[in-house]
Design a protein around this ligand. Sequence first.
Ligand SMILES: NC(=O)c1ccc[n+]([C@@H]2O[C@H](COP(=O)([O-])OP(=O)(O)OC[C@H]3O[C@@H](n4cnc5c(N)ncnc54)[C@H](O)[C@@H]3O)[C@@H](O)[C@H]2O)c1
Length: 319
Amino acid sequence: MKRVLVTGGAGSIGSYVCEYLIQRGHEVMALDNGPSLKVEHLFDSGRFKFVQDSILVKDVVERLVDQADICIHLAAIADPKRYVTEPLNVLNVNLKGSLGLLDHCSRRGVKFVFASTSEVLGKNPKVPWNEEADRVLGPPNINRWCYSTGKALIEHYCHAYGQQEKLPFVIMRFFNVYGPRCDDLGQGRVIPIFLEKFLKGEPVVVHGDGQQTRCFTFIEDATQAVVELALNEAALGQCFNIGSDRETSILELAQTMKRVGGFANELVFKPHLEVFGKSYEDIPRRIPDVSRIKRVIGWEATTGLEDGLKRTIDFYRQP
Ligand SMILES: NC(=O)c1ccc[n+]([C@@H]2O[C@H](COP(=O)([O-])OP(=O)(O)OC[C@H]3O[C@@H](n4cnc5c(N)ncnc54)[C@H](O)[C@@H]3O)[C@@H](O)[C@H]2O)c1
């Protein structure tokens, strides 16, 4: 039995990770400054504690790290709209907050399992991306890169603390995780945004020509990967892509959701510039090379897109 601190434990991925750890007999402390809605079903478990506070509060972070064997650090501002409207908050939470946590984990020898992102590779055109691929980014006056840069800097710190302070760490780079309960409809990422429109019977807006692609990863698959990487000693000191390697264009996603959900909405197209302004830049293709995670811990995403979408749509259709 491990004592695991899950920051961002009330978030999309975090709530599943907490639930799965508890099912496997571990003790979980979730630290999150957001609402507890997604973890309230865990409150009766004798092995779950929820602390509603920020990772920027030093004494709270230190008290919780002191009680943990492992810290799975998922807390972040991870909503693309906010990279553009609140770059300062994004940098403060994702960079300063992570650094305080990482520093104290290092002092206490607590394993640090860090949620990074496929975004660190920016617009590298050579897909699929393995974990050693180059980072290709735009300039710092384009706000959208602040998320990528903050996450990449914490990756650097993990390697540096690992090398100089012997910190045990694992880095995870997620590729578009989705699923039931994950997001508030209409918020943040493409699937909940499309789904809100589908459910309201309104036109579904596809950005650009819809030919940009992503690899969508079902939440249950991603959760298993996180917990296995956190517990398996073979993963130590390395970075891993967590994703499905099935490439799906955004237009195909919209069409598949329409078909699977039996919707009749119209699909309409809108230029990126009109949607985000000039401080945002979309990435044409993002595909993970998942050979490392397969080789080291034997994990691969097994849920098909149609199955995952159907389960997601069914969840949000419930009254
Ligand atoms: N979901 C994805 O597809 C995806 C892709 C790439 C990377 N990631 C990374 O994985 C992690 C989890 O993502 P998610 O999809 O669950 O996002 P999420 O937004 O659902 O969860 C993040 C959680 O962090 C919490 N949080 C934000 N600021 C905080 C603070 N100052 N103190 C404490 N808690 C704070 C939020 O309240 C939220 O519950 C994030 O670090 C994100 O950057 C996710």
